[in-house]
Design a protein around this ligand. Structure first.
Ligand SMILES: [Zn+2]
Length: 111
């Protein structure tokens, strides 16, 4: 069922993101810490559906601002997890800060 309110379109976009391999899971060892990213139009975004959190503009301005409940990246993460569509990478704990720094740098330069 597709509606015209935007929710259906966004759902389609989320599925498309998941199916095109945009959702990535990083597992760090030896801590076992996990980090998820979704490739957005401006690079990798940090996503966490437990919080929930996404580092995209939409999440920061619309969701945190109370005008929306989620963003397409968090929806893509849910779809990818449910259908096993994500790519998994194994990194060492030393690389955690590096990856995080890289993503956050990318994020601040997109604002
Ligand atoms: Zn997002």
């Amino acid at each position: 069922m597709v509606d015209s309110s935007g929710e259906g379109r966004r759902g389609g976009k989320a599925v498309q993101l998941a199916e095109s391999g945009c959702v990535k899971k990083y597992v760090f060892s030896p801590s076992g810490r996990e980090l998820w990213t979704v490739v957005g139009s401006r690079g990798d975004l940090l996503v966490d559906d437990a919080l929930p959190y996404c580092s995209c503009r939409h999440f920061h301005f619309r969701v945190i601002g109370g005008m929306d409940v989620t963003c397409v990246h968090l929806m893509a993460l849910t779809v990818a997890r449910a259908r096993g569509l994500y790519k998994e990478f194994k990194l060492s704990d030393e690389e955690y800060r590096q990856l995080l720094g890289f993503i956050l740098n990318d994020f601040s330069s997109s604002l």
